[in-house]
Design a binder for this molecule. Structure first.
Ligand SMILES: Cc1ncc(COP(=O)(O)O)c(C=O)c1O
Length: 403
């Protein structure tokens, strides 16, 4: 498809801010939504709104059928073995909390939980809470000078037989891609449970959970052109089935009395309460949108843009890039020497350029880079070279203003 036609499907991109056209480079925080996703949510509320799984009436049957179809769609999208392995959550954070809480009975004092040093807080804090409940120990996997996982040190940590290994697929700050197949295989060889945070990968890379070989893979709808408030926990059926439910009540039960409750089968067992029905339907539409694209061509387009962005930034005196590699995905992290990252963001915003500045919910990574924070420009399927040129020119103006 012609890229201009693809981009035109995202209405929010077509707006003026302070007399400047919006230049949206914050897709890693949340992506914009194509019209078909917006329409599907609105259609559900206009015509099909009912609770799922509960009533005998037709509206409920329609809502339930659409809701469950998305589970099947997702299972094909990531090549899950069974659709019951798709658990709807509020997002990546909720998905990781579901796993970390669910493993409480499986860990004991002294067990090791290994965490990627570049992990998002969502892939750190739930494990810390699990460690506090069980007496397990958190160890972080160091990065090398190129901001990639240090494979020798990883091997040494794996030799200590961790119980859980939690990794990024793609770093939300740097855009670096972990060699997940290799890392998962090493962890599985010592019997560790593996969780991959795919929040920054799913919209860009093809994901095949059977090929990856992990136990859990998690992501958010809003970073893959779908709505907020919905995400996915995929798990191997047996691994999911052993999780203690984080939330209880509603349809997650089989039988309830005041003395005892038995839980339902997967996926219901891990989906307590009325789910985010409209958001699930919107996510289904986002999958349709992605399936309509030639994903390999889109990935190539995004990679060319990232490389162009890296080169343009590198050519500016005083700009420092972090972990910039040719095979990065989606994001570029940088600072301007002598200036606060927040000032850069605010001044760029005055010219309609949206980037993110701060610690990006990855404080341990920011600390290891010995900085207080940084700017991040991030791209999506709709980004084009003009976005980058506008951003670079605005950044040059900002540098002149500050200089
Ligand atoms: C790598 C990564 N993990 C987890 C999250 C948390 O996602 P959510 O806020 O949708 O739960 C994010 C969000 O930025 C992320 O980039």
């Amino acid at each position: 498809m012609n890229h201009a036609v693809l981009r035109a499907q995202f209405p929010a991109l077509n707006q003026i801010l302070n007399d400047y056209p919006l230049c949206y480079l914050d897709t890693a925080a949340t992506s914009q939504k194509p019209q078909m996703v917006i329409d599907s949510i609105s259609h559900y509320y206009q015509f099909d709104n009912a609770n799922v799984h509960r009533a005998a009436h037709q509206l409920s049957a329609r809502a339930t059928s659409q809701y469950e179809q998305v589970r099947h769609k997702l299972s094909q999208f990531i090549n899950a073995q069974r659709h019951e392995e798709i658990i709807f959550t509020q997002g990546t954070t909720h998905a990781i909390n579901t796993v970390a809480y669910g493993l409480t009975h499986q860990l004991k004092v002294g067990d090791i939980i290994l965490i990627d040093s570049a992990a998002h807080h969502a892939n750190i804090v739930p494990w810390q809470q699990l460690a506090q409940r069980t007496g397990a120990i958190i160890k972080s996997i160091p990065l090398n000078g190129q901001c990639r996982i240090d494979l020798e040190q990883y091997q040494a940590l794996i030799a200590q037989k961790p119980k859980v290994v939690a990794l990024n697929h793609v770093s939300n700050v740097l855009g670096t891609v972990n060699p997940v197949i290799e890392l998962i295989a090493m962890a599985k060889a010592v019997g560790a449970l593996t969780l991959i945070d795919g929040a920054q990968a799913i919209a860009h890379l093809p994901v095949d959970v059977q090929q990856l070989g992990c136990d859990f893979y998690v992501f958010s709808g809003h970073k893959m052109y779908g709505p907020t408030g919905i995400g996915v926990l995929w798990g191997d059926y047996a691994a999911l089935d052993q999780l203690i439910p984080l939330l209880t009540g509603g349809e997650m039960i089989k039988q309830v009395s005041f003395n005892h409750t038995s839980f339902n089968q997967l996926p219901n067992r891990l989906e307590a309460g009325t789910p985010a029905i409209a958001e699930v339907i919107g996510l289904g539409s986002a999958i349709d949108f992605l399936n309509q694209q030639d994903r390999a061509t889109c990935l190539q387009h995004e990679q060319q843009l990232i490389n162009y962005l890296q080169q343009q930034l590198q050519a500016i005196t005083g700009i420092e890039l972090y972990g910039a590699h040719a095979d990065n995905i989606g994001a570029v992290a940088f600072n301007l020497q002598g200036e606060h990252h927040q000032d850069i963001g605010i001044l760029l915003d005055q010219q309609g350029v949206a980037i993110r500045c701060g610690h990006h919910c990855a404080m341990p990574l920011i600390e290891s880079l010995q900085i207080k924070g940084c700017c991040r420009a991030s791209l999506g399927i709709y980004s084009n070279q003009q976005d980058i040129d506008i951003f670079i020119n605005a950044l040059k103006d900002v540098i002149e203003l500050l200089g």
